[in-house]
Design a protein around this ligand. Structure first.
Ligand code: PEP
Length: 255
């Protein structure tokens, strides 16, 4: 789509196990992405590796994302990290509301919304907001309703002029880490609904500029068909982002 760049982000989750491996993986990604690639690319490593990997990515076009933040600027929040702290060590992006955090750590849309505003208040930290239904919800025919509820809650108070800074990631929970990808048609149906919701909320011109990634078992062999859908503008890649060769093939599929 001409008004939206493709955007491929790697969600490394709590991987790899050592800093040495993380440096090697970041170097391989850096060296493998063409400098003139029309696709935007970011890697999102564990926060403890961010500062070191910012040095690896210096002078490269690859973005550096955190996987979470805490919505207050400082204070008695043991174990947490603020938007400004992430920004200060070179982060350009932050993943918010990943389903693993929603499920394992009880994150709500209201909490994710506070994080969104904290990221945006901090000029240069671009949020990737994740939404998606569970298998039970899909089987019960609730997919669109669930995703709309997540959008309403997590994007509350977002102004139209800020909206294009936000990337959305549609990640059906049943497709994450399961090897079971949504078909391009299943994913496109939800992406189109998200775009409609955005158009009603912010107007069609703004909605047309918002990047919507698909996530859930994206691999080199399914990326091209998913990315060919009109409202699928990129991918949030988990498992396959840990193998540089695979991640780079997915980037190529987006070019
Ligand atoms: C993710 O966790 O964001 C994800 C999409 O994981 P995977 O690609 O491994 O399914």
């Amino acid at each position: 789509h001409p008004s939206r760049p493709s955007f491929i982000a790697g969600n490394w989750k709590m991987n790899p196990a050592t800093l040495e491996e993380a440096v090697t993986l970041a170097q391989q990604v850096r060296d493998g992405v063409r400098l003139d690639s029309p696709a935007r690319v970011a890697i999102c490593p564990p926060s403890i590796y961010l500062e070191r990997l910012d040095r690896v990515l210096e002078n490269s076009p690859i973005g550096l994302g955190a996987q979470n933040l805490y919505p207050e600027p400082k204070g008695a929040y043991t174990g947490e990290v603020s938007a400004a702290m992430l920004n200060a060590i070179g982060c350009t992006h932050v993943i918010l509301g990943h389903s693993e955090r929603r499920t394992l750590l009880g994150e709500t849309d209201a909490f994710i919304n506070r994080k969104l505003h904290a990221a945006l208040a901090n000029q240069a930290l671009l949020p990737i907001v994740c939404v998606g239904e569970t298998l039970d919800q899909r089987d019960a025919g609730q997919t669109l309703e669930v995703v709309k509820g997540q959008l309403e809650g997590s994007l509350a108070g977002l102004e139209a002029d800020q909206a294009p800074q936000v990337t959305l990631a549609y990640e059906p929970v049943w497709a994450i880490g399961t090897g079971r990808t949504a078909t391009p048609e299943q994913a496109q149906e939800v992406h189109a609904m998200i775009r409609d919701w955005l158009a009603q909320r912010f107007g069609a011109a703004i909605a047309a500029r918002i990047v919507i990634q698909y996530g859930g078992s994206v691999k080199p062999d399914n990326a091209r068909d998913l990315l060919a859908q009109p409202d699928i503008d990129g991918a949030l890649v988990g498992g396959a982002s840990l193998v540089a060769e695979d991640f780079l093939k997915i980037v190529e599929a987006a070019e």
